[in-house]
Design a protein around this ligand. Sequence first.
Ligand SMILES: OC[C@@H]1[C@@H](O)[C@H](O)[C@@H](O)c2[nH]c(CCc3ccccc3)c[n+]21
Length: 447
Amino acid sequence: MKREMFPSDFLWGVATASYQIEGAYNEDGKGESIWDRFAHTPGKIKDGTTGDVACDHYHRYREDIALLKELGVNSYRFSVSWPRIFPCGKGEVNQKGLDFYNALVDELLKQGIKPLLTLYHWDLPQPLQFHGGWTNTDTVQAFLEYAMLLFKTLGDRVELWATFNEPWCISFLSHELGEHAPGIKDRRTALQVAHNVLVAHGKAVKAFRGKNLPGKIGIVLNLYPVHPLSESEQDKEAATLSDCYRNRWFLDPVFKGKYPEELLSVYQKLYGDFAKDYESIQVASEKMDFLGVNYYSREVVSYDPKSILKSKTVKVEGKRTDMDWEIYPQGIQEILVRINREYGPIDLYVTENGAAFKDEMKNGKIQDYERIDFLKEHFKNTYYAIQQGVPVKGYFVWSLMDNFEWAHGYSKRFGLFYVDYNDNLKRIPKESARWFKKFLNNEISLE
Ligand SMILES: OC[C@@H]1[C@@H](O)[C@H](O)[C@@H](O)c2[nH]c(CCc3ccccc3)c[n+]21
């Protein structure tokens, strides 16, 4: 199975995000983001690092686009740093921020690489957080002004737009579990954040439509097949509620304009006041042109009476990545087929898939054969979904290069290119980069 067996217009790309690669955290007029503040807060990042410099992509973007060209990709997914555009989140515009993304897009197009722009990949301007961040509907309004400015500035050249990267992470990981910025641990707050982010998404799609732009717009969701440990009724109930929590809490609003009843009723019993605004979620279901799917692994759950989701995650036997995530390639096929069956028809992009492994330099090489095997199996399973009629239109490997892996700092490496943090952030192709280049050039098959 070679590249040529995929549709001829299939996008093959790599993905990154602003806070993880750009650095220049306080240069050229950029304002503080909640991730600048979180990373500077002792104890939040496992290796005590920050994204202050990261991969210095802000200064090296031409070099990095040359890497894309070298790889042979025809597309590139990146995100815009909102505080680089609006240092205070709204009001005054930082022209140097706009200049950077204009130059980035122009260079991509010059190299024949199609941009997929994510408006929000977690780096909220800190001044908005001072006023409640995503719990405050003023932030929804500020996001719309930010989105409209980017539509106006880049809408003639950027054809693929994603409003949000992973609302589950923006809400539950960051406001219920507290593992990501702003590090709040309050479920009721997390529900309010999820609601406002979904409303902001719907309003941004509507605003995009009003501009009559040539491009397409969607959202990016991290989705997991959720499997019960056994076929017992209790384990199956656990899987249903966990599926609502991880997947349907976002899928149902953007496609059906309502929350999944099974979990909504649980939250309504806990937070009666939540009921007052949940019906306004209808706004989130403005029709999208595509759905971005970030796939990394599946979740296996068993019954747990102590959890409000009646479920707990179970670790099963099998190969795992350096993030301790199970390697489960058939899950990408499962999730693509399910989305198409239950929410389609709609164009789908695998907007992120990849893995961290303990990559080490040995005699000037990084022999990441586990990553080659990981990607090969996930490419094949994506192809099997296409063979079943699922309209998958592209696939973006996470990530172009090693970068700031959120709460793990630089200790987890997802890149096709190794970044040598001890040698001027030099980018060194791993064996997986060489393999991917050969695959893209039809030189090898996936067998
Ligand atoms: O963890 C690898 C990547 C991140 O570097 C991306 O920024 C982010 O979009 C992304 N999402 C996921 C799956 C959801 C998740 C993210 C972070 C931590 C735990 C789960 C994995 N990843």
